[in-house]
Design a binder for this molecule. Structure first.
Ligand SMILES: [Zn+2]
Length: 103
């Protein structure tokens, strides 16, 4: 754990809290935003940083890809962490959020 020396506080940072939550169970960005009382957009910023920083801790951010609930298309190769707005196959907009987990 690395604490911010500027603040000198032993409290967990938002990123450390996200890692702690995702180490216990999977969450969507919306779930994390509600649990931590931050905006969903901030969750994505933290997640992309976490994804890069975890490799040095021999952990990994696993993403259960988003899935279209209309034709069941899975967004396997999506590099971005956000939920796609629209399904490329059926043009449906009923899309299940990706879920994240730290292992
Ligand atoms: Zn679809």
């Amino acid at each position: 754990m690395n604490y911010d020396p500027e603040k000198g506080s032993p409290r967990l940072t938002i990123r450390q809290q996200i890692i702690a939550l995702l180490s216990r169970e999977q969450h969507s960005a919306l779930g994390l935003s509600m649990a931590l009382k931050i905006r969903e957009k901030e969750v994505y910023d933290h997640l992309s940083h976490i994804r890069r920083s975890l490799t040095s801790q021999k952990k990994k951010l696993h993403v259960k890809p988003a899935q279209c609930l209309e034709c069941l298309h899975v967004f396997e190769d999506r590099a971005r962490l956000t939920t796609p707005g629209k399904c490329p196959r059926c043009k449906g907009t009923h899309i299940e959020d990706p879920k994240y987990r730290v292992i």
